[in-house]
Design a protein around this ligand. Structure first.
Ligand SMILES: NC(=O)c1ccc[n+]([C@@H]2O[C@H](COP(=O)([O-])OP(=O)(O)OC[C@H]3O[C@@H](n4cnc5c(N)ncnc54)[C@H](OP(=O)(O)O)[C@@H]3O)[C@@H](O)[C@H]2O)c1
Length: 315
């Protein structure tokens, strides 16, 4: 089978032919039909993830996937051959990822049944970003009258945060450049868009809601000082500040509720995402799709910046 692998640090990943995995007891063998590329895949491919993630070479890259169960190992009870599945793989080490035609996975860890009305390409874009978004929404304690500011709303995680918050009835102010990006975040349900490239984003956000926001979800700001300054400027005194980049520092945030999100596969959350998609409350924002043979172009698209998600087809 084909797999997109990193063979060692300091060389680019490449497409290789490797043996199809053997399904073991308790595992399911998934024929991967689609995947999506996340910023973490670029970090793993470049070796930049080595400070926080163990690598076991050769590393088959990739986290998100959708596919079909091709075989089940002894003792597997929750899946049958032919089941459509989606989810994301995040093991304790980078080794057997989703950018491969087949992957063998432990039952009950990384994938769940795919929603019937979502095709393989869109299902492949639900896992990592969708799960992270649900964690952000919960940490931000979003309810029907909440005012939420989303910084990085145009990307994978932000696109889901906007949709889920809107579905809960919250008021959403989203970062987006004027033009196509603004139309995009409005199509997701944002009430207001702020062009972060043309103005002081924090001041413009404050002007859009002088009474203060109940919550900030920020997937862009890595600097804890900048994150705390933004949170103090735009949140109400008991607001919640949520970061996917580890920027939330309690010492700097004072009385504000700060949460750093570190996502990991969780089948109950994946089922909740499947339900949201099944009910039409969220749509996977796939904006570009590449054939597996052109996966380097998919990486480049993510590196260059794109709204929504970039998918890869392997079927
Ligand atoms: N901690 C965790 O568990 C976890 C989980 C998922 C993701 N993450 C991290 O969270 C970040 C977001 O993930 P993602 O998948 O949503 O990435 P993404 O799809 O690349 O989205 C980031 C979005 O932010 C936009 N952006 C860039 N600079 C901005 C700025 N100064 N102000 C406002 N928007 C800006 C980007 O626009 P352009 O494309 O035009 O640059 C892009 O649309 C990544 O760094 C990722 O590694 C962490």
């Amino acid at each position: 089978m084909r797999a997109y692998q990193l063979e060692r640090f300091d060389v680019p990943p490449r497409m290789v032919e490797v043996p199809k995995p053997v399904v073991s007891e308790g595992d399911i063998l998934v024929r991967v039909l689609a995947a999506s590329v996340n910023p973490v895949d670029l970090a793993i491919a470049s070796g930049n993830a080595r400070s926080w993630l163990d690598y076991r070479f050769p590393v088959t890259l990739g986290r998100d996937l959708s596919g079909r169960v091709e075989a089940t190992g002894a003792g597997v009870a929750g899946f049958a051959v032919g089941d459509r599945v989606f989810g994301f793989i995040a093991d304790h080490e980078a080794h057997a990822g989703s950018f491969a035609e087949y992957v063998s996975l432990p039952e009950g860890a990384f994938v769940v049944q795919a929603p019937a009305n979502v095709d393989d390409v869109h299902a492949a874009a639900l896992g990592l970003a969708g799960l992270t978004a649900t964690m952000c929404i919960d940490a931000a304690n979003i309810g029907s009258s909440s005012w939420l500011l989303v910084n990085g709303a145009t990307g994978g995680v932000g696109s889901y945060v906007v949709q889920i918050a809107r579905n809960l009835g919250a008021h959403v102010v989203a970062s987006a450049r004027t033009g196509a990006e603004e139309l995009y975040v409005r199509s997701l349900g944002a009430d207001v868009a702020i062009d972060w490239s043309a103005s002081d984003f924090v001041e413009a956000a404050r002007a859009s809601r002088p009474e203060g926001f109940d919550a900030l979800v920020d997937v862009v700001t890595a600097d804890p000082d900048a994150f705390a300054a933004m949170a103090r400027t735009i949140l109400t005194s008991d607001g919640a500040a949520v970061s996917t980049l580890g920027a939330g520092d309690p010492g700097r945030l004072g009385r504000l509720h700060g949460t750093n999100i570190w996502s990991s596969p969780d089948v109950s959350r994946l089922r909740a995402i499947a339900h949201l998609a099944q009910e039409g409350h969220i749509q996977a924002p796939v904006r570009a799709t590449y054939d597996f043979a052109a996966i380097e172009a998919a990486f480049e698209a993510v590196r260059a910046g794109t709204t929504g998600k970039v998918a890869v087809t392997l079927g």
